[in-house]
Design a protein around this ligand. Structure first.
Ligand code: BTN
Length: 253
């Protein structure tokens, strides 16, 4: 069903499609462990049965309805201290793709890398890095994007279809998303850190805007900065707080 991508330079020139698998991130990790592989290979399935999410959560996706795929990258020994640029590359690409299909909608990135439409989650990203010394040797970027799924039970989630009442052809959405990923990744490879960060901040939920957060307790605050390792700076009551992953979450209204 999924073909090699014709419109990209180097991502998606090899596509490994499995009708069903546990997790495309695990598939990618196992495959590349067997030998040195060229970057850009995509692992994709129509039925992910044990999808992995951030913080040990699972990722549920209805069979044949959504995109669930992983892409293998070798980010030129990006220092671990700059690892968050990979999150920016991926979440920006997803957000830009959604914005293309839903130009009227409010598309935001929720730190670190969920993508929201009208304050509902439409995509999640799981990045698994392989380190060597103080640098990232390779990374598996796993993306789940809700496309044609219509019901999510009690979960506060959405899909391209729910937001537009249209049905989408999954390979076309994949191709657009991977093109966006490649464009952002090329910015990273050419050291355009500031541009990436500015574009990410421009799409970030709560950036320079008061939102509700939860750390040890609930409070109002606004994001004022982001470090290249991912640490988040929040201003609340004239005080600046710095949060690591898992230390703070956003309460969506
Ligand atoms: C999250 O929001 O918690 C991250 C979800 C990441 C889901 C994707 S789907 C493709 C890839 N394979 C996985 O097992 N997880 C990621």
């Amino acid at each position: 069903m999924y073909k090699i991508l014709a419109s990209t330079l180097f991502l998606g020139k090899e596509v490994i499609y499995m009708p069903s698998c546990h997790s495309t991130n695990d598939l990618a990790t196992d495959y590349v462990r067997k030998g040195d592989k060229k970057e850009g290979i995509i692992f994709i399935t129509d039925n992910q049965t044990k999808g992995k999410g951030q913080r040990g959560n699972t990722w549920q996706s209805e069979q044949n309805k959504n995109l669930t795929f992983s892409i293998y990258l070798k980010p030129d020994r990006l220092p671990i201290a700059k690892q968050f640029y990979l999150n920016m590359v991926a979440s920006l690409a997803v957000a830009q793709t959604i914005r293309y299909y839903l130009p009227e909608s409010n598309v935001k990135v929720k730190w670190p890398n969920d993508v929201l439409v009208a304050n509902k989650k439409i995509s999640g990203i799981l990045i698994e890095n392989s380190l060597s010394g103080t640098a990232i040797n390779s990374a598996v970027i796993g993306i789940g994007l809700n496309v044609n799924q219509k019901a999510f039970g009690p979960t506060r989630a959405s899909s391209l279809m729910l937001e537009s009442s249209k049905e989408f052809f999954l390979p076309s959405v994949l191709e657009r998303l991977v093109n966006a990923l490649e464009a952002n990744y090329l910015l990273l490879k050419s050291g355009q850190f500031e541009q990436l960060k500015n574009e990410y901040l421009a799409m970030l939920y709560g950036y320079q805007r008061k939102v509700r957060l939860r750390a040890e307790h609930e409070f109002d605050g606004s994001i004022v900065d982001l470090e290249e390792n991912g640490l988040l700076h929040v201003l609340s009551d004239h005080q600046r707080y710095v949060f690591d992953f898992k230390e703070v979450s956003f309460l969506l209204s």
